[in-house]
Design a protein. Structure first.
Lengths: 311, 344
């Protein structure tokens, strides 16, 4: 029992929560951007898978984590372009296309994995971490919170950045208009198609980056279906956050914490059913929805294609 | 006249063209991977429709899929997105399986089976009341809540199997095994059990109810325009609850049939994930109960035959997911083209 609550354990536990939470909040932030603009992106899971695969492959081939993350983000964005073409340019049903994209990427990454890695299951070396001076010297949290790959610190900085973009910039205003009343945005002379299109591409970038974090930092390898529903979880978090990036961060950390507790308990050999722990965040979310659901203001035009002049 | 004929032709081509195109693109991908497409497709047929036992397996797989299709038809026609069918399916299966051995031991067989099915359905209905009430009274988007309830269902099911429903005599966490003679009655000594027929009847019944009865019409009105439905004096809240109850009940029935017909036992790591695959089929059939039977049959052939063909071609069977998504995308595109043609 004593060994369970050592400093090393606490460090691993908190660091695990952050590693598990980062992909969720990156993807959740991405989804939030496209939802704000009125596109419900159910292809997020597929974009994350694409990012995970491309990110892993590039990191493996070049030996550079930075290039891997960049490639992962671009991979996700490429898949997002398909969604833009089908949903924004030619107004197909967003839910059908989203599911199709997720299925396609599940199949494609699994196939590519089979062709490229199924023989020797390559692994990445441990990533080079980056310790923030002074802060990383604090016991426990210094190692757990302030010593990570730079991409994780970037993910944190993204939260206030997006909050600022949403609240105080023209871009944020255009996004909201495209989601609430696209016709008004059109009349104001801003292209709804471009606004939504760029929003979806941003979703792909962040989702792909989240996927790459999962494969490169979380696992160190790629296996088929590695995202395991994280994309759908991120969609839930984004909707729950109702346009506030800080809520995405908070809820993703809670889910990450629950996942980390699960592994920690297994390591510690405690006999608490891990399924119960995994249920906690979702039960919490349901309770939150039941209490505050009435005010859950999703964009008025979410999921509806915009065609000029159409009624 | 000429355009009318063209539209009629398009109407016929609409469901078939996406499948043919997807098979063609699939063949190109196979060829690009250095596999023989004709051998691949031939193996699919050989393993399924051309072999007696394969054909029976296809029919057996169709039973739970048809229940899911019926479930989705009800909610889609009513304009609600019940994306939590996997969770409802799983819990229906888990609870049925948990009580199966005890029920068949303590009751006559003809009573035990209906009771078990009823337990499964009831669990699914109760489970769906969370998103249903949230949707009806709090206006919470059902896509979020049902997706989340699926995650919750997976953990809940696994937890129950590891604790209260665990068979103490088995080394791995699983429910008590249901002997083959206590499962659903089989037809003519084949693998095909009575659940297959029940599932077909249910899909057809759902179709008739949704298209030919006042209740179905009410649901369709709610689906097309909830505000108009409210003005017409329909109780939208109560109808929403009814849709969720029926939809979830049917999904859970699928789980119960799966367990009572084939599985006989549920392990803690059971992750049924048919839902996302049946959604495209239901769209392909345009929510039509008769058409969906053909598409489900096609999908079952592709699944069972494809698994064997993929193994022979040294490919992961997830390869089939690419085909499914192609069918879905091409279908959406043809729909778009047809509506544009009609619009002009």
């Amino acid at each position: 029992m004593d060994t369970l609550f050592t400093q090393a354990f606490a460090t691993a536990f908190i660091a695990g929560a952050i590693t598990a939470g980062v992909p969720l909040w990156l993807a959740g932030l991405g989804e939030q951007i496209s939802e704000k603009s009125g596109v419900l992106n159910l292809g997020l899971e597929g974009m994350m898978l694409a990012g995970a695969f491309v990110g892993f492959s590039v990191a493996l081939a070049t030996g550079s984590f930075a290039l891997g993350f960049l490639a992962g983000a671009l991979g996700g964005a490429l898949v997002a372009l398909l969604m833009v073409l089908l949903c924004v340019v030619i107004h197909l049903n967003q839910i059908v296309v989203g599911i199709a994209i997720t299925l396609a990427m599940q199949g494609a990454t699994s196939l590519a994995h089979h062709v490229m890695y199924a023989r020797d299951f390559p692994r990445l070396p441990r990533q080079n971490e980056w310790a923030i001076p002074f802060l990383s010297d604090i016991p426990v949290i210094g190692k757990a919170i302030f010593t990570h790959h730079p991409v994780i610190f970037m993910a944190v900085l993204l939260v206030p950045l997006l909050a600022w973009v949403f609240r105080s910039t023209h871009i944020g205003l255009n996004l909201s208009a495209a989601g609430e009343k696209p016709a008004a945005l059109d009349i104001a002379g801003v292209s709804v198609g471009w606004t939504r299109g760029l929003a979806v591409v941003a979703t792909g970038l962040l989702g792909g980056l989240g996927g790459a974090v999962m494969s490169n930092i979380g696992a160190g390898l790629f296996v088929p279906f590695i995202t395991g529903g994280a994309g759908f979880m991120a969609i839930v978090l984004a909707m729950l956050a109702r346009g506030r990036p800080t809520w995405v961060l908070g809820s993703a950390l809670i889910v990450g914490l629950a996942m980390s507790v699960t592994t920690a308990l297994q390591v510690g050999g405690l006999q608490i059913p891990t399924d119960v722990v995994q249920m906690l965040p979702f039960t919490l979310i349901i309770v939150v929805l039941a209490l505050f659901g009435r005010r859950a203001g999703l964009p008025a035009s979410l999921g509806l294609p915009y065609q000029r002049g159409a009624r | 006249m000429n355009r009318g004929l063209a539209l009629k032709l398009l109407g016929w081509l609409r469901p078939i063209a996406p499948i043919i195109l997807a098979l063609l693109i699939g063949a190109l991908i196979l060829a690009a991977l250095g596999r023989d497409p004709s051998a691949f497709y031939l193996q699919i047929l050989r393993r399924t429709v051309l072999s007696p036992s394969g054909a029976q397996e296809v029919l057996v797989l169709m039973a739970p899929l048809l229940c899911l299709a019926a479930s989705l038809i009800v909610c889609f026609r009513a304009g609600l997105w019940n994306l939590g069918v996997d969770g409802q399916y799983m819990l229906g299966g888990v609870f049925t399986s948990a009580f199966a051995a005890a029920a068949t031991a303590s009751m006559p067989y003809w009573l035990a089976i209906p009771c078990l099915v009823a337990i499964g359905i009831a669990v699914g209905v109760v489970w769906s009341m969370v998103p249903a009430l949230l949707r009806a009274y709090q206006g919470v988007n059902e896509i979020i809540s049902t997706l989340m309830m699926t995650f919750l269902a997976l953990s809940t099911g696994a937890f129950l199997i590891k604790t209260v429903f665990d068979d103490p005599e088995s080394p791995v966490p699983q429910t008590i095994f249901l002997p083959i003679e206590d499962r659903l009655p089989r037809l003519f000594d084949s693998l095909v059990h009575i659940g297959v027929i029940a599932a077909v009847v249910i899909v057809l019944a759902v179709h008739v109810i949704m298209t030919r009865t006042a209740f179905g019409l009410k649901l369709q009105i709610v689906g097309h325009n909830p505000r108009a439905a409210e003005h017409a004096g329909l109780n939208v809240k109560r109808l929403t609850l009814a849709v969720f109850a029926i939809s979830a009940g049917l999904a859970a029935l699928g789980g119960a049939i799966d367990v009572l017909g084939v599985r006989g036992v549920v392990r803690a790591d059971w992750h049924p994930s048919f839902g996302l695959l049946v959604v495209p089929l239901v769209f392909l059939a345009r929510f039509h109960g008769v058409a969906v039977i053909a598409f489900v049959a096609f999908f079952a052939v592709l699944t069972i035959g494809g698994e064997s063909a993929s193994r022979r071609a040294d490919l992961p069977h997830d390869f089939l997911l690419i085909m499914m998504s192609l069918i879905l995308l091409i279908l959406a595109l043809t729909d778009h083209l047809i509506s544009r043609l009609k619009g002009r």
